[in-house]
Design a protein around this ligand. Sequence first.
Ligand code: PMT
Length: 217
Amino acid sequence: NTDDILKDRHIVITAGPTRETIDPVRFFTNRSSGKMGYALAEHAIKSGAKVTLISGPVHLKEPEEAHYVPVETADEMFDEVMKVYQQADVVIKTAAVADYRPKIVYDQKMKKQDGDLSIEMERTKDILKELGARKEHQLLIGFAAETNDVETYARKKLESKNLDMIVANNVKENGAGFGTDTNIVTIYKRSGEKTALPLLTKDEVAEKVLKEIASLL
Ligand code: PMT
């Protein structure tokens, strides 16, 4: 029974997008609403788990019983995840973390200039990869947002980031991915096992994902 297994476990969930600042009025972000991650948090709490929810900026109500940690940038999310990693039993990385950020952050608003503008970007830290490298007792669950060759890329992330499980969604499919109340996911485990789920609400997806996690604990 999922609840019996998850009860009192410390589950760290990341959700939402990150924001990477350009200047005091502008930033780069992505389409994540936080719905998938918050659904996981709500369900894990209902199952009796101790939940830390590390969230980028979203318009959702924070789950009452979660330890709630708001962040903005990929760097801040990295720091907050690392602070709780030792005490975590499970980490679920639902967040859509920026892979790049502006190399220069301006203190003052950038003024319009004639012609085109290029902004040089540098890589952010890959939080999940670092968690995989530092993994001890924790169960590590990633998400993969893909638009093509979903299985190939998802399995590659599962291996290269040293994960126990990855939840892949094709974000170009109708009813799947960013912003919607539903999702269509396939779960890949380290053992090679693959479970393709039909179109479900994010709440139902959360329940199934937690059930799979419980089976690994
Ligand atoms: O928030 P919603 O609107 O409900 O949408 C849900 C979702 C589409 C955001 C979610 O289902 C999802 O797919 N989340 C992962 C988004 C993503 O960034 O995927 P990715 O394939 O780029 O990254 C793979 C994994 O590495 C993810 O677990 C991500 O959290 C992690 N990552 C990526 C980059 C980085 N610098 N650090 C990371 O930890």
